[in-house]
Design a protein around this ligand. Structure first.
Ligand code: NAD
Ligand code: IPM
Ligand code: MN
Length: 366
């Protein structure tokens, strides 16, 4: 038996229900393996409610606890009772930063049966991946407030972007290596180097240098404003899109909306050096507007669990989960945000049913 230990952190809002959905799917995968694969899940109750009670999201020794696991499965964090910057720096970024999860991959996947706002909506061939620099850039957490020292009405705040040559290089190389595994071997680099003449120019220079090591990969450099238009008008030209922390954050929400909804987008925060566990989570947040109703779309969280299976080397199983999602949406079973009627549990069970059908046809070889 291969056992994988998973730390689950449901967090806030819809985090709990979508994490439960992903774990239900993993449970099905384990059962179908007939003992070959086992997932040992430990839940950590770190949420905003927990913070309000205890004064911290992650208790002392918490990171050491997480470190003992093969992967972290995360829901979302954020509520009306805690400032967003407190919750994010207290939980999500408090894991991605110390665990040096510097590569965030966010596939933009078009599913059968799902209406896209794009004119090319019938083109289910569209498929690209946003590679997000996940350790520095605009999320370096550097800056300060009231720097003028001159009192009310004169406050000055500084929010600094940090770009290091090593940080740029490792994410750009990651993007090229990923492009090599894809049918369309192309990397689009995104910056704003016309306006941001230091960090983004460094990025552009590193990109041009690294590209020389990958003569078999096509490249382009596109400014972020133009790239947002390209996402809408010429998505067929995209394969791997690499961008800084904030630019890729924005572009990945745009990509998921183009594919139909924020609710279906998956994400993996990877520590490719494998010194620390990686963290898998849907792209979306805690969705306070629909929290507690049981109607959230579980597809983003379930596809993130598929990325976790990939990380475990269980590629056949990961592909089956993706296929089960496609079969479910292709059969017209859709959650509310995609115009359907299924609630979270119904959508999840529909995917499990498809997994069972796939398994009945062809059991996973032990
Ligand atoms: P959000 O992603 O939570 O919600 C944006 C919109 O998309 C809402 O209308 C929501 O209902 C909808 N939506 C999101 N996920 C959905 C799903 N699975 N099914 C159906 N609809 C879904 O973004 P927001 O409103 O900007 O942020 C809400 C809170 O979440 C904030 O506190 C924010 O800081 C936090 N947040 C956390 C994370 C994270 O933990 N990784 C990510 C993004 C936002
Ligand atoms: C995401 C979120 C987070 C991010 C926020 C909530 C800090 O938007 O995971 O995309 O920007 O990293
Ligand atoms: Mn985001």
């Amino acid at each position: 038996t291969q056992t994988f230990s998973i730390a689950s952190i449901p967090g806030d809002g819809i985090g709990g229900e979508v994490v439960a959905a992903g774990l239900r799917v993993l449970d099905t995968i384990a059962k179908q393996s007939e003992g070959a694969v086992e997932f040992d899940v430990t839940e950590f109750p770190w949420s905003s409610e927990y913070y309000l009670k205890n004064g911290h999201y992650i208790p002392e020794g918490g990171l050491e606890e997480l470190q003992k696991h093969d992967a972290i499965y995360f829901g979302a964090v954020g509520t009306a009772d805690v400032p967003d910057h407190t919750s994010l720096w207290g939980l999500r970024l408090a894991i991605t930063q110390p665990f040096d999860q510097w590569a965030n991959i966010r596939p933009v996947t078009f599913l059968p049966g799902v209406q896209s706002p794009l004119r090319k909506a019938d083109d289910t061939e569209l498929d690209w991946i946003v590679v997000r620099e996940n350790s520095e850039g605009e999320y370096a957490g550097m800056g300060g407030r009231n720097l003028s020292g001159r009192g009310p009405g004169n406050e000055v705040a500084l929010q600094t972007s940090l770009h290091t040559e090593k940080g740029c290089e490792r994410i750009i190389r990651f993007a090229f290596d990923l492009a090599r595994t894809r049918e369309v071997k192309k990397v689009s680099s995104v910056t704003k180097s016309n306006a941001q003449q230091y960090g983004m120019v460094l990025w552009d220079e590193v990109f041009a240098r690294v590209a020389q090591d990958y003569p078999d990969v096509e490249t382009e450099s596109v400014l972020v404003d133009a790239m947002s238009a390209k996402f809408v008008l010429h998505p067929e030209q995209l394969s791997v899109v690499v961008a800084s922390n904030l630019h890729a954050d924005i572009l990945s929400d745009l990509g998921s909306a183009l594919a139909g909804s924020l609710g279906l987008a998956a994400s993996a925060n990877l520590n490719p050096d494998r010194r620390f566990p990686s963290m898998f989570e849907p792209v979306h947040g805690s969705a306070p507007d629909i929290a507690g109703q049981g109607i959230s779309n579980p597809i983003g969280a379930i596809s993130s669990a598929a990325l976790m299976l990939d990380e475990f080397g269980l590629h056949t199983e990961a592909d089956r989960v993706r296929k089960a999602i496609e079969n479910a949406t292709g059969a017209g079973i859709l959650p509310r945000d995609l115009g359907g009627e299924s609630n979270t549990v119904e959508m999840t069970e529909a995917i499990v049913t498809q997994l069972e059908a796939i398994h009945a046809e062809q059991p996973v070889p032990a």
